[in-house]
Design a protein around this ligand. Structure first.
Ligand code: 9MR
Length: 464
């Protein structure tokens, strides 16, 4: 079967992946320094993790997780600290749980589910009926037998996890790319016909009525022939009472497949059909400020759609992305937070510690939010947005603490003063520091890393 994906990439089988990994840029010391500086951040009323910030907005923020990485301390601690939902990346797929007919193996998927349950995280089930990662025996069945096998697979797997799954991707990637809006060829489509999707959803509802039932696909993120076809199917299902609760938008973006300008409008039109929408497999190729801007825009689009219930990124550090030589995720190979992380956190209304309204005179307050805008091998640029609270302010002051041996080489849009340690820079306005209520300004600085890419700790903004 040929799939002319305009993404320029296609799902590969894990065993065929040639993982090209970049040499690690940092030693353990740098990582520990990064962790240390973050824990020094002062108390903040804005949440300081992705999960907590999303929860404050009534959403979850999840990651695709691989069971074989859970034993890696930094992987597990990043997952546990930052995320409040998981999707098993491969462990619940048909080939993983029912490689042999009617012989079910849940060991790897169970590991992820019990980890998530222990931490109070939601679990997205991925996926029950999909043309890929399908064992050969399924494709060899004649129609009647295939129908029995499909319904049995759904019933067995959903019953095993009954009560533990927030949402299931019941059917995945059932439509072709391109302009036809046609169904994709698969054993299910070819032998059971168009009705297999609705049958799968009805079987799923009977198996676990507590789980939300989703249809999930890629290249449906903007309005196009493929998303129109999915839209028409969902509309038809809702009209005829076929049980469907949600639509997943995978959101795998790269330069060939950028974040569409009508992304939010597309999410909204599906939500208007009476289903939840979820961003299910987000990753965005690129780096630095361009990647950060794209990530921020995706988060803002979800937050603007009241039925967009959560976002899942398709992995934690870049080194474990399915895009073997890419850098599409929020954490670098050493689990340092990338500018994309900062942009997501800021879009979620969170703060790395500088979001606390500082004390000021006459009730004036301000907040300071940090973003890393660019990175190079030897330095990076940081930007702080200073925003006035509900009253106008006439001045502001924001402390920025670096991790030694980092040094600031230049600053802009502010006047810095340094403490005796040389690690704490207090930034004040250049000249007139007046800001109207709710208005903002930015200042920036270049940090020479000298071997440490630790994120600066931004203290509370003090208004005058
Ligand atoms: O990330 C998954 C990768 O490890 C597997 O090799 C691949 C196999 O098809 O599947 C990847 O996940 C896919 C997801 O299940 C469905 N949407 C596309 C994802 C990226 O290919």
């Amino acid at each position: 079967m040929i799939d002319n994906s305009p993404r320029g990439f296609e799902p590969e089988r894990p065993q065929f992946r040639a993982r090209v990994r970049k040499a690690l840029a940092l030693g353990t010391a740098g990582v520990l320094a990064a962790a240390g500086v973050l824990s020094l951040a002062g108390s903040a009323n804005a949440a300081s993790t992705l999960g907590a910030s999303a929860a404050a907005k009534g959403r979850y923020f999840g990651a695709a997780v691989a069971a074989n990485h859970l034993g890696e301390a930094q992987y597990a601690s990043t997952l546990d600290t930052e995320f409040n939902a998981v999707t098993p990346e491969n462990e619940m797929k048909w080939d993983a749980v029912e490689g042999t007919r009617n012989s079910f193996n849940y060991s790897s998927a169970d590991q992820i589910v019990s980890h998530a349950q222990g931490k109070g995280m939601k679990v997205r089930g991925h996926t029950l009926v999909w043309y890929s990662q399908l064992p050969g025996w399924v494709g060899g069945l004649a129609a009647a037998d295939l129908r029995t096998a499909m319904n049995n697979h759904i019933t067995q797997v959903m019953s095993h996890y009954k009560g533990k799954i927030y949402a299931w991707d019941v059917v995945n990637e059932a439509f072709q790319d391109g302009s036809s809006g046609a169904r994709r060829s698969s054993p299910f489509q070819d032998k059971l016909g168009n009705g297999y999707i609705e049958e799968a959803f009805r079987t799923a509802r009977a198996a676990d009525s507590g789980a939300k039932l989703c249809y999930n696909d890629y290249n449906t993120d903007g309005q196009n022939a493929k998303s129109n076809a999915v839209y028409n199917m969902v509309k038809d299902f809702k009209q005829r009472g076929v049980p469907i609760d949600c639509v997943g938008f995978q959101s795998h973006f790269n330069s060939n497949s950028p974040v569409p300008s009508d992304y939010q409008a597309n999410l909204q039109r599906f939500a208007d059909l009476g289903v939840d929408v979820q961003i299910t497999e987000l990753d965005i190729e690129g780096s630095g400020s361009a990647q950060a801007t794209n990530y921020g825009n995706v988060v803002k689009a979800c937050l603007a759609v009241s039925r967009c219930t959560g976002i899942t990124v398709w992995g934690i550090p870049d080194k474990y992305s399915w895009r073997s030589s890419g850098t599409p995720l929020l954490f670098d190979n050493n689990y340092n937070k990338k500018p994309a992380y900062d942009a997501v956190l800021a879009a979620l209304g969170g703060s790395t510690g500088g979001g606390t309204p500082g004390g000021g005179t006459g009730g004036a307050t301000c907040t300071a939010t940090y973003t890393r805008t660019d990175s190079w091998s030897d330095r990076y640029n940081g930007q702080v947005t200073v925003r006035a609270g509900s009253s106008a302010i006439t001045g502001w002051s924001v402390p920025v603490t670096l991790t030694s041996p980092q040094k600031v080489s230049t600053t802009w849009n502010g006047t810095p003063s340094w403490d005796t340690s040389g690690n704490v820079m207090t930034m004040k306005p250049n000249g007139n520091g007046s800001l109207a209520a709710g208005a903002s300004t930015t200042f920036g600085f270049t940090v020479m890393t000298n071997g440490s890419t630790a994120t600066p700790s931004i203290g509370a903004c003090t208004a005058s």
